[in-house]
Design a protein around this ligand. Structure first.
Ligand SMILES: Nc1ncnc2c1ncn2[C@@H]1O[C@H](COP(=O)(O)OP(=O)(O)OP(=O)(O)O)[C@@H](O)[C@H]1O
Ligand SMILES: [Mg+2]
Length: 1050
């Protein structure tokens, strides 16, 4: 939201000074640096401040107007009040709306560039995109102040700068082309403005998720229908009538029964002003015709529409005959003929309806003739109703062509400003009531956003006194006792209600209200400036006298029933939509104009409240529509009526200026040795150091969470001036060199300016690039599942890059770590390859790092794994335990045994239990492994030696026991048969045997039982079962029974 960016940059003041003034011309002197600095200050003095919050004397209306004047003289038509844009109509084409200008404001921070309606547009657009909050831009100001022009500039800005596609182009065209159509039917030449909007307009511009304008929706308010039948001197009817007559093809005019001369039409001659020098009706007609096709009107629809426009002109030419009090009759039959054809109704029925009225009394339809005056007003009522309803139909039709759902929205409100004329009627009452409501919203939201910002920054909010105009809104709109209710009551009540009885009722009901008075109730002084038929409202902006004449009629806005009936019978397709038969059956009185307006305003407020608002306040510099003329009185009046001083007071209530620490430090860091050239610590500390160095007093500033708040503009100006001096001292060095080259100080100044220009360009370029990157990224995301193509290559590269970066941060730390980041679809294969490569590499590195002992250990573990993994129950328990070199050292083995082994090197020794072949008695033994044989030792005795070559095989169970059998050949007489042993380290022991004897393949793992030979051809059987604990014993069947403990691992 704008208020979040309530910020500005004095750079722009200086830049504006540079551009607006002829600084280069002034600046050269013997002390070039000093003079040029002074000239910058003079220029600042000349072009004023770009934000009113920087006015030292912010409560002075004179200072406010003086600042506007200074800037207006320099063609600087835009100035901020914080985030509110004040715009003064230049009444001439300024070169500030080019594509280059649009680019300059695109994606740039609000405060970095000079004030412009594009800055507001861009800011709203960015807030919509980044904060995902719908926006609205409220444009207000009096007639001719430039509201409609501003809204068109905003629309053009979006049309040019937002992303586009073919479909979007169509919508953009329709959005843009809706303007000439609505202006043709809803705008007219008035005394104040040659192209005055005679209706209020709220337009939603809808954007899709890519930020492209994809649709729109228009709400229209209170069209000034009375203009159809009457115009003040010097004013015209709605443009479309003149455009059709001036620009319509001969054929078309013939079909419509029209002549190419506006003077022929009663409805076009009241203002005596058919031609306006600034308007070219003929070329405007072409624009409107084309726009109608672009929006999607078929040829038939255009024809029907023009039939209606022509009908209104024919209606105006209907003349009545008859005495004043007698019955009226129509004297112009040709008009009826045309009307019957153009409206598709029966001529006689129409004629009858234009001279009679029907009323339903007690269920019976009564017809009574009209007198002259009544007939004329019935005819005019019909013209107004037909035109008014057609206008609403037109808006709806445009809306249909712009329909889009689920969009983010920026609303544009171009609505009438406060109006105070010599004679103020019902219309001014409605318009000023509307402004009262908008002011209420404006103050509430401005205050709220200020308060929110203070809260967010942790700065104490000091309550601001302001005038709450709710009291006036209530006076107008309150149920039962508000002015609208009283007016409605008078309109609806039977009897002789009149404008005067309405005035009396006001006096009786709300006469005591502080904001209302009437001629009768007023004091003597006020009475002198009030008519007897007037009531005065004390609006927030000032007093306005309203003349009650016509209030009842305008509020009733009645169309006789029989005229409605005729319209309901029309063949014209537009009119059938405008006049619904259901309306005739509805016995309820239609809502009055004021109530309808009140309801639509309440809806508008709801819409606006749901959005983040931005404001453009337009001012018209003079009544003569002249360029370069600044009429102080007129402008003071508008400043007051727009409530700008109040706005400034609220905005300046606490601190004049605020800016993010980073931006502040970046700009002023050169002014303090500790912060120059860069500050390494926290930003807040840097800013604190800087402002202390600059001598800021505690009451002059506050440090918030992310921003510095400066109370007075003068503090900031002093800092800005110090910066200028500093810059020039840098510039001086450049100057010195330049003087050496050609003695020209001017060049040095230009160099500085040039360099600043370059920096600004670079900054802008960076921002553009950033925006492009984001756009490409989003597009890529949408097309991410497609084959690589220009739309997605950036995104895919980014995905690749970020996956690789993530991978780099999350690579497995060890060979056992099997984690691996999940790859995006496009990279699954590559990721798998990478994983393999990385694993190989890690394994290789691991292998390189292992020492010989560890290597030996691992080799043994490998053998163990090959033999026992998934085959023997106690293998898993053995895995984490290191294999020992030996389980018995030299001292634990009898020296005689070692002696008898002679030169044979002992490789491993382990205590074992041997089971006798007869009786299976358990005997403690030692199993020694040498390089050639396995030896079973009983203390000093070498009980049995089994050469590896003779070792037939080794049997072991699949359970968790430690029993194993070494099989020897039966024919070997030296051997007494197979050996049944048990080791507490069976996996280790048998792995050693397998390695020493090279018998890894000879180890048999058996389920159930093992058969072995006992010598002399006898066989023994060992049965293995699972049980709770290890038990080895002779069973009754003579077998050796081994109960192995059950382990949880399998
Ligand atoms: N920014 C501008 N640059 C140049 N001329 C402008 C600008 N703004 C307004 N004008 C001129 O002022 C005229 C009136 O402006 P515009 O129609 O926007 O007024 P308005 O506030 O919409 O008035 P109304 O309430 O009567 O509709 C324009 O026709 C145009 O000539
Ligand atoms: Mg306008």
């Amino acid at each position: 939201m704008l208020a979040h960016n309530v910020d500005f940059n004095l750079t722009r003041v200086c830049l504006e000074c540079l551009f607006a003034s002829s600084i280069y011309r002034i600046a050269v002197g013997s002390d070039g640096v000093r003079i040029s600095m002074e000239s910058a200050l003079t220029a600042r003095d000349r072009v004023g401040v770009q934000d009113f919050v920087l006015l030292e004397n912010h409560t002075s209306e004179a200072a406010f107007i003086e600042n506007l004047r200074k800037r207006f003289k320099e063609n600087l038509i835009y100035t901020y009040i914080g985030s509110v844009l004040v715009s003064v109509n230049p009444y001439k084409d300024l070169e500030i709306y080019t594509k280059n200008h649009m680019e300059r404001y695109r994606g740039v921070n609000f405060y970095e560039v000079s004030p412009h309606v594009y800055a507001v547009s861009d800011n709203s657009y960015r807030s919509m995109r980044t904060e995902h909050k719908d926006q609205c831009i409220l444009i207000s100001g009096e007639s001719g102040a430039g509201k409609t022009e501003a809204s068109k500039k905003i629309l053009q800005y979006y049309a040019v700068t937002c992303p586009a596609s073919d479909q979007v182009e169509t919508v953009k065209d329709r959005l843009l082309q809706s303007n000439p159509v609505l202006e043709a039917f809803g705008n007219a030449k008035t005394l104040r403005n040659d192209n005055s909007s005679r209706f209020g307009k709220y337009m939603d511009i809808q954007f899709d998720f890519k930020g492209a304008p994809v649709g729109g929706h228009i709400l229209n308010y209170l069209l000034e229908k009375s203009r159809v039948v009457h115009q003040n001197h010097g004013e015209r009817n709605f443009h479309i009538f003149y455009q059709l007559i001036e620009g319509g093809e001969e054929d078309l005019l013939r079909r419509l029964g029209l002549e190419r001369n506006p003077q022929q039409y009663q409805y076009l001659v009241k203002g005596n002003c058919p031609k306006v020098s600034s308007i070219n009706d003929r070329s405007d007609w072409k624009v409107v015709r084309k726009a109608l096709s672009v929006i999607g009107f078929s040829e038939d629809e255009v024809e029907e529409l023009l039939n209606i426009i022509a009908s209104v002109l024919h209606l105006g030419n209907i003349q009545y005959g008859g005495e004043d009090s007698g019955n009226a009759y129509i004297t112009t039959d040709t008009q009826i003929k045309y009307l019957a054809r153009l409206l598709g109704v029966d001529g006689l029925v129409l004629k009858e309806a234009l001279t009679h009225k029907t009323i339903i009394a007690k269920g019976e339809e009564l017809k009574s003739p009209l007198n002259l005056e009544q007939a004329s007003s019935a005819r005019d009522a019909l013209s107004k109703a037909v035109y008014g309803r057609t206008f609403t139909w037109l808006v709806n039709k445009i809306n249909v062509s712009l329909t889009y759902k689920n969009a983010s929205v920026i609303g544009l409100l171009d609505i009438y400003g406060f109006e105070v004329f010599q004679h103020n009627s019902f219309e001014q009452f409605c318009i000023n009531y509307c402004n009262e409501k908008l002011q209420q919203l404006f103050i509430e939201l401005t205050l709220k956003s200020e308060q929110d910002e203070y809260e967010a920054e942790g700065i104490t909010w000091e309550p601001v006194q302001y005038f709450n105009n709710k009291i006036i809104c209530d006076l107008v709109e309150e149920k039962f006792k508000g002015i609208i209710s009283i007016l409605d009551e008078e309109c609806l009540r039977p009897g002789d209600a009149s404008d005067i009885t309405f005035l009396e009722k006001l006096e009786n009901t709300v006469g005591g209200h502080a904001h209302l008075t009437t001629h009768k109730l007023a004091d003597g002084k006020t009475r002198k400036v009030m008519g007897r038929e007037e009531f005065r409202l004390l609006h927030y902006a000032g007093e306005v006298n309203y003349n009650v004449n016509g209030f009842l009629d305008k509020n009733n806005d009645l169309l006789f029933r029989n005229l409605k009936e005729v319209m309901c019978m029309s063949d014209n397709k537009i009119l059938t939509q405008c006049f619904d038969r259901a309306e005739l059956k509805d016995s309820k009185r239609p809502e009055t104009a004021a109530t309808q307006f009140k309801t639509s305003l309440a809806k508008l407020m709801e819409i606006l409240m749901s959005k983040e608002p931005s404001y453009v306040r337009c001012i018209k510099p003079n009544d003569a529509k002249q360029a370069g003329r600044f009429d102080d009185v007129l402008i003071r009046h508008q400043v007051k009526y727009l409530g700008l001083m109040e706005n400034l007071r609220v905005r300046r209530a606490g601190f004049a200026y605020r800016r993010h620490y980073e931006t502040f430090l970046q700009r002023y860091k050169s002014l303090c040795p500790e912060t120059w050239p860069s500050w390494q610590g926290k930003l807040a500390d840097g800013v604190s150091t800087l402002v202390k160095h600059l001598g800021y007093k505690p009451e002059e500033y506050k440090l918030g969470r992310s921003k510095i708040f400066i109370r007075f503009p003068k503090t900031l100006f002093a800092t800005e001036d110090a910066l200028e001096t500093r810059k020039h001292s840098l510039g001086e060095r450049v100057t010195y060199h330049m003087v050496l080259v050609d003695g020209c100080h001017l060049l040095s100044l230009r160099t500085v300016a040039w360099w600043r220009g370059i920096l600004a360009c670079r900054r802008a370029q960076r921002k553009r690039q950033a925006a492009n990157t984001i756009r490409r990224f989003i597009k890529g995301f949408i097309y991410r599942h497609n084959e690589r193509c220009p739309e997605n290559e950036y995104f895919l590269d980014y995905v690749r890059y970020s996956f690789l970066m993530k991978l780099r941060r999350n690579l497995p730390k060890s060979v056992l770590d099997k984690s691996w980041p999940t790859a995006p679809t496009a990279l699954i294969e590559a990721s798998e390859q990478l994983r393999k490569l990385y694993m190989q590499n890690m394994v290789w590195g691991y292998c390189k790092r292992i020492n010989p002992e560890w290597k030996h250990q691992l080799e043994q573990k490998m053998v163990a794994s090959e033999i026992f993994k998934n085959k023997k129950d106690n293998y898993p328990q053995s895995v984490p335990k290191l294999f020992m070199g030996t389980r018995l050292n030299g001292e634990e083995i009898n020296p005689k045994v070692l002696q008898s082994l002679g030169s044979e090197k002992m490789k491993y020794a382990v205590p074992v239990t041997k089971y006798d072949r007869k009786g299976y008695k358990a005997r403690p033994r030692q199993l020694l492994l040498t390089s050639n044989c396995a030896v079973i030792v009983e203390e000093a005795k070498l009980k049995q030696r089994i050469d590896y070559a003779a070792l037939k095989g080794i049997s072991v169970s699949s359970l968790s026991d430690g029993v194993f059998v070494l099989h020897v050949p039966t024919e070997d007489k030296k051997q007494k048969g197979d050996v049944v042993l048990q080791s507490d380290h069976i996996i280790e022991t048998l792995t050693k045997v397998a390695i020493c004897a090279d018998k890894a393949n000879s180890i048999n793992i058996n389920q159930g039982s093992i058969t072995f030979t006992m010598g002399q051809g006898k066989e023994g059987i060992i049965d293995f079962t699972s049980g709770s604990e290890l038990l080895v014993a002779k069973a009754k069947n003579g077998h050796l029974s081994v109960t192995a403990p059950r382990l949880n691992s399998r």
